[in-house]
Design a protein around this ligand. Structure first.
Ligand SMILES: [Fe+2]
Length: 361
């Protein structure tokens, strides 16, 4: 194993993600049952990242899992040569109902994985869950760039608590980008937008795609984000109409880009009508918090704040990201029934900005 596993929540499953540094097959054992990283019955061994999908209910009940690896000596059409099974057990703590949740909103590390792993470790063992909110690698110029994701979430969580992954716009750039769905937690259909639930916490991951028009020269005719957003909007409408979020007291909107904000620079002023619609749709879910990054700014604002151009109602918006060489800032969030406190924890063990504290209405 390259580092600890990371357990990502997508819909009703946990995706146990295990980066490895040698060719091997992988499966996870939970409650006496094996969950393999396979493709239609063929155990995968060619990629450095293994993903096993485990039903949430099974891991929440078992509270531990065993990662099993079998080294490949030579994979052949007949009589492949393999090593013995190497295994390691990890304890797992699902999110339980409590008076105060502690979680981290981590975005925009842009490949500074060591600094981000430090800033994201603010709560230590008290952390309930981790949100990896986009632009974690600098770009996707090779699939190796995605290692940064697991080199951050692995050390922070040590495989013991759940994570949530949300794609950022820089993740769409480079020759590895079209393999992003194979190397990051997505739905079984490969979609980067989805809902998740962690005990009493429900969330929707919204993916805005790129930050400029599809025709922008920077993208060189390699994206079709407008069509992607159209498809995603149908998903958001389905989430609103099914109302599953009503069963959960805490509701999070996770979006790398704070789509309720019209950035003053005109090149970023895209999809204005769509993002206004998304704000209205999301408002119907009555979110507790919206969590973002992208702007490389740190703020916590009530609806109608300086960054709320379209009126995100209700819900407090938290944007927490700042990066420079060897330095990163994460949002360390304490959420109770009545208030949210955000500490902008930096990778040097200090704080980038004073704490924000805001009542929840
Ligand atoms: Fe971004």
């Amino acid at each position: 194993m390259m580092t600890y596993p990371s357990v990502y929540a997508v819909e009703d499953e946990y995706l146990v993600c295990v980066p490895v540094d040698a060719e091997c097959t992988m499966w996870v054992e939970v409650g006496g049952k094996s969950y393999f990283d396979h493709s239609n019955g063929i155990l995968r061994s060619a990629k450095y990242l293994h993903i096993a999908r485990v039903p949430m209910v099974a891991l929440d009940e078992a509270r531990s899992y065993k990662v099993c690896l079998r080294r490949i000596i030579e994979r052949k059409a007949y009589f492949s040569e393999c090593g013995g099974i190497e295994e390691r057990v990890f304890e797992f703590r699902p999110v339980a109902e409590k008076a105060e949740y502690k979680f981290v909103n981590l975005a925009d590390s842009h490949s500074r994985h060591e600094a981000a792993a430090r800033s994201g470790s603010f709560f230590g063992d008290d952390l309930d869950f981790l949100i990896m909110n986009g632009d974690v690698p600098e770009c996707s110029e090779s699939v190796d760039m995605f290692k940064a994701i697991y080199l951050i979430s692995g050390p922070i969580t040590k495989g013991r608590i759940p994570c949530v992954f949300s794609r950022g716009n820089h993740d769409l750039r480079g020759v590895g980008a079209d393999m992003l769905a194979d190397y990051t937690p997505t739905t079984r259909a490969g979609e980067s937008y989805f809902t998740f639930h962690l005990g009493p916490v429900w969330g929707i991951v919204i993916d805005c795609g790129e930050d400029k028009v599809d025709e922008c020269n920077e993208y060189g005719h390699t994206v079709c984000c407008e069509v992607f957003r159209e498809e995603e909007e149908a998903f958001i409408r389905r989430v609103v109409s099914r109302k599953a979020y009503k069963r959960y007291p805490v509701r999070l909107v996770v979006s790398h880009m704070p789509f309720n904000y019209l950035i003053p620079d005109k090149q970023f002023q895209i999809e204005i009508k769509r993002y206004k619609r998304w704000c209205r749709l999301v408002g119907r879910m009555k979110p507790t918090l919206m969590l973002s990054g992208h702007l490389h700014e740190c703020y916590t604002e009530a609806p109608g704040g300086a960054h709320d151009s379209y009126g995100l109602q209700p819900g407090v918006a938290v944007c927490s990201s700042y990066v420079r060489d060897q330095y990163h800032v994460s949002g360390a969030i304490t959420l109770s029934k009545d208030a949210v406190r955000v500490r902008y924890a930096d990778s040097d063990g200090g704080f980038f900005a004073p704490d924000d504290e805001m009542p929840l209405v």
